[in-house]
Design a protein around this ligand. Structure first.
Ligand SMILES: C[S@@+](CC[C@H](N)C(=O)[O-])C[C@H]1O[C@@H](n2cnc3c(N)ncnc32)[C@H](O)[C@@H]1O
Length: 194
């Protein structure tokens, strides 16, 4: 491990200790693997928290990450972290709700990591699809939140996630599967047009 990788591992451990959400080790491993497999240069992260997964992708070879975050404390942490790692010029942090920001984005991304409020996944899917290049990969975290049954109070959330998965898995433009890593990671490859 080099210094920056160690530093990032410490930040990830601290976030987990403080129960501030960040991708689990196995989810991060899949993300990094997918990024390497397709040679992802441009990444979009919807829900960036302290910027730790964005940092991991940048350290692993992504050229540029566009990161969306709405929580002001996490925005400050992410900015500090990007600066501490010397990657601020390659990490564009868009502050605000992805519901407002995503429709205004243009261009294309090689890899999109959808990791915001799960109730919004279904709503954000069309923009993610539009912004993902053919041959690119969309990963959505925490899609198997209730393996032992849905608690009464979470029925609405489970329904939203179910609708997202149904839309993703039945979309002929994607080859998608759900991996049993973390709390379920959907990995969807946007097919190349013939
Ligand atoms: C699971 S955390 C992100 C962790 C980060 N991706 C990582 O792996 O380190 C989810 C983040 O999404 C943010 N979020 C949730 N819904 C959002 C929305 N609609 N727009 C922007 N940020 C959102 C939350 O504030 C929170 O920081």
């Amino acid at each position: 491990m080099n210094d920056q990788t160690q530093q990032l591992a410490a930040l990830r451990a601290a976030a987990m200790q403080e129960r501030d959400p960040t991708a689990s080790d196995d989810v991060l491993a899949v993300l990094l693997n997918e990024a390497a497999r397709i040679g992802a240069k441009r990444v979009l992260e919807v829900g960036t928290g302290r910027g730790l997964t964005a940092l991991a992708l940048l350290l692993a070879g992504a050229e540029h990450v566009t990161a969306i975050e709405r929580d002001s404390a996490r925005i400050s942490s992410a900015r500090e972290n990007f600066a501490a790692f010397g990657v601020s010029a390659r990490a564009e942090l868009l502050e605000g709700d992805a519901a407002d920001i995503l429709p205004r984005l243009s261009g294309t991304y090689d890899l999109i990591f959808l990791d915001c409020a799960k109730v919004q996944y279904r709503r954000f899917l069309p923009d993610c699809k539009r912004l993902l290049r053919a041959g690119g990969v969309l990963c959505a975290d925490d899609v198997l939140l209730f393996p032992d049954g849905v608690p009464k109070k979470r029925k609405m959330l489970a329904q939203h996630i179910g609708e997202f998965l149904q839309a993703l898995l039945s979309d002929a433009d994607f080859a998608a599967q759900v991996l049993p890593v973390g709390k379920g990671l959907a990995v969807a490859h946007k097919k190349e047009r013939p």
